[in-house]
Ligand binder design. Structure first.
Ligand code: NAD
Ligand code: ZN
Length: 253
């Protein structure tokens, strides 16, 4: 085993508190396209428009047709060894949290429990009418394909995907819980996995935990906005590297 991988593995074996920051790259090996980079979904300007409050208001059916297609695609995806390794890690580390930017819920599907969704979930919906109680909470809505496009709430108003669109404010509660996790007792290690770290809050969490004593480990085949700050860079695929650093039972090495 690689010496650096071994070092991270030893560190994690002793860890009392671990924060994982995951991005689209952790789901790449499940067949979920990443958002940026080669073949990235958001390289297309029309799609950036579509995933915005203005784009939705302009043409809800167009937006929902796209989300229906994405939900169909995700319905055929299953967790990969990277997701599963994090389930094993959560079992061994007393204080553990995954802060994910992914909307696919593959961490849950694998069996992870302590997860904060920074950008919502594609499987949840919210009512768009402010007067409706279903506009305040999220409802699990797994129907694939959608029974109607655009789907409507029982109150008659349009439903929208419970994901954070471009130009929207992040959900406050997950952010508070992530911040509290980082500040309430030193994190041993932060694993930044499969994220380009283009959002300032992602970088801020990683650096704050590092300043408070955490070892910042990046797992990614490519350099990112966080690479220069990482204490350890593991260059490669999450599905190969995470089982190795966790020492998962599933790891054949
Ligand atoms: P991104 O698409 O911007 O970056 C993906 C990163 O993953 C890149 O750095 C790439 O090098 C890396 N990567 C690719 N294959 C990998 C692998 N096998 N192992 C490890 N790393 C790999 O993703 P991001 O940083 O998460 O961007 C954030 C935005 O993407 C968010 O808005 C998020 O909600 C959204 N998103 C979610 C999903 C999903 O739910 N699966 C998919 C695409 C994008
Ligand atoms: Zn409603």
């Amino acid at each position: 085993m690689d010496r650096v991988v071994q070092r991270v593995r030893e560190r994690l074996a002793q860890a009392r508190k671990v924060l994982v920051i995951s991005g689209a790259g952790i789901s790449a090996e499940s067949g979920v396209p990443t958002f940026r980079g080669a073949g990235g979904v958001w390289n297309n300007k029309d799609l950036m428009r579509l995933a915005s409050p203005e784009g939705f208001a302009e043409d809800p059916a167009r937006a929902w047709t796209w989300y229906d297609g994405r939900r169909r695609q995700l319905a055929g995806c299953v967790p990969n060894p990277a997701h599963r390794a994090l389930v094993d890690l959560e079992r061994c580390v007393p204080d553990f949290l995954i802060a994910t930017q992914n909307v696919d819920q593959l961490h849950e599907a694998a069996g992870s429990r302590a997860i904060e969704h920074v950008h919502g979930s594609i499987w949840n919906v919210r009512c768009t009418a402010a007067r409706c109680p279903r506009s305040r909470g999220e409802t699990y809505y797994p129907a694939v394909p959608l029974p109607e496009i655009p789907p409507r709430c029982a109150c008659g108003a349009l439903l929208r995907p419970a994901v954070v669109w471009f130009g929207e404010i992040l959900p406050a509660e997950p952010l508070e819980r992530i911040d509290r996790f980082i500040r309430s007792g030193a994190v041993d290690s932060v694993l930044a996995v499969g994220t380009m770290a283009v959002f300032p809050y992602i970088v801020a969490w990683a650096l704050l935990a590092q300043r408070l004593g955490a070892c910042l480990v990046e797992i990614n085949p490519e350099p990112t906005d966080l690479s220069h700050a990482a204490d350890i860079r593991l260059i490669g695929k999450a599905g190969d590297l995470l089982p190795q650093v966790v020492g998962s039972a599933a790891d054949p090495r």
